[in-house]
Ligand binder design. Structure first.
Ligand SMILES: [Zn+2]
Length: 327
């Protein structure tokens, strides 16, 4: 039997109207609460947790706070929401997710990426029972966070190339729809650049379409390829950088290796103002990561991508030149 999951219910609303008299476990982070705290006065918060890491070992040590809890509220960015859905699933609790930034598709999906043994393991968790989006709250954050959310749509560019080349369960209809989601985002560059309510709605829509398409296909192959694999390996070296910004750099380097037009995707990133030079990223780190990739993808059983066959040794000079042109 094939079961097709659906997106969670998403409400665009004014958070200050949110009232919940049930006993709430609030899961958040100090930075997420800076702007959102004042909206939460009508929640009956009986307990709270702070999320600081996505390390599986640390997360599995978190215990459900004592006392009766009826519902979890996850308020924050991708990591807080990802981990909260995992904990709510483990504790069998309802979970309502309130993103404070749109930096990944974490508020839309039903699995959680946890770091384990130098890699990312996707563990089935649960999708949000409801997602509440207040654009006024999201607009309060630095636009760089929301711009980085484009990464999980733009990654379709390099993921589709790898998928087509591998011919593994290639579906031309899914391929074409994914292509449309990518060009849909790119066609809205003026709105994305503004990052006003319309731009944010476009971003949420394209992320949601990408997630729903992956549900129909059965996995994230249409949006996850070499660019994400590169990021999973890189994350061990530069830690706290924004996922979307690392993915955007991953798209540039991966499209270069694939021999695709880099300027097509870079022009969009430059126009809207996405930072693809994440904090801590240097040319030696990029090069070191690239050299490790052939082994990394084997060790972590990743799907076929350009990293399976690229002649790194032969192309060392070109790669170094490309890296220095981007960083
Ligand atoms: Zn991603």
């Amino acid at each position: 039997m094939k079961k097709i999951n659906n997106l969670p219910v998403i409400e665009y609303t004014n958070l200050s109207k949110l009232i919940d008299k049930r006993r709430v476990l609030l899961i958040s982070s100090p930075s997420a609460l800076v702007h959102s705290k004042k909206y939460l006065s009508h929640l009956n918060v009986v307990s709270s947790l702070n999320i600081q890491t996505a390390d599986k070992k640390n997360i599995d040590q978190i215990i459900l706070p004592k006392g009766d809890i009826d519902v979890c509220y996850a308020i924050g960015g991708g990591r807080v929401i990802d981990i909260s859905r995992y904990l709510a699933s483990k504790w069998n609790l309802e979970i309502i997710c309130i993103p404070t930034i749109i930096s990944t598709d974490a508020f839309l999906v039903d699995c959680t990426g946890l770091r384990e043994r130098g890699g990312v393991t996707y563990i089935p968790s649960k999708k949000a029972d409801k997602v509440i989006i207040d654009f006024d709250l999201i607009k309060k954050s630095d636009p760089k966070f929301n711009l980085s959310g484009c990464g999980d749509v733009l990654s379709i560019y390099t993921a589709l190339f790898d998928w087509k080349e591998s011919k593994e369960n290639l579906s031309s209809s899914v391929y074409d729809v994914a292509q449309g989601i990518l060009t849909g985002l790119i066609s809205e560059s003026d709105a994305i650049k503004e990052m006003d309510q319309r731009g944010l709605e476009v971003l949420v829509t394209q992320l949601a379409l990408e997630v729903q398409l992956c549900y129909f296909y059965g996995n994230s192959r249409p949006e996850e390829g070499g660019e994400h694999f590169f990021v999973y390996c890189l994350e061990n070296k530069i830690g706290a950088a924004l996922h979307g910004e690392m993915v955007c750099f991953g798209i540039l380097i991966t499209s270069f290796l694939q021999g695709q037009s880099v300027s097509y995707i870079k022009e969009f990133m430059d126009k809207v103002g996405i930072n693809y030079r994440p904090k801590g990223l240097t040319a030696p780190i990029v090069f070191e990561t690239l050299m490790e990739m052939p082994q990394y993808i084997k060790d972590h059983y990743l799907a076929r991508s350009v990293y399976n066959y690229y002649p790194f040794k032969k192309k060392e000079a070109e790669i170094k030149q490309f890296i220095s042109s981007i960083l």
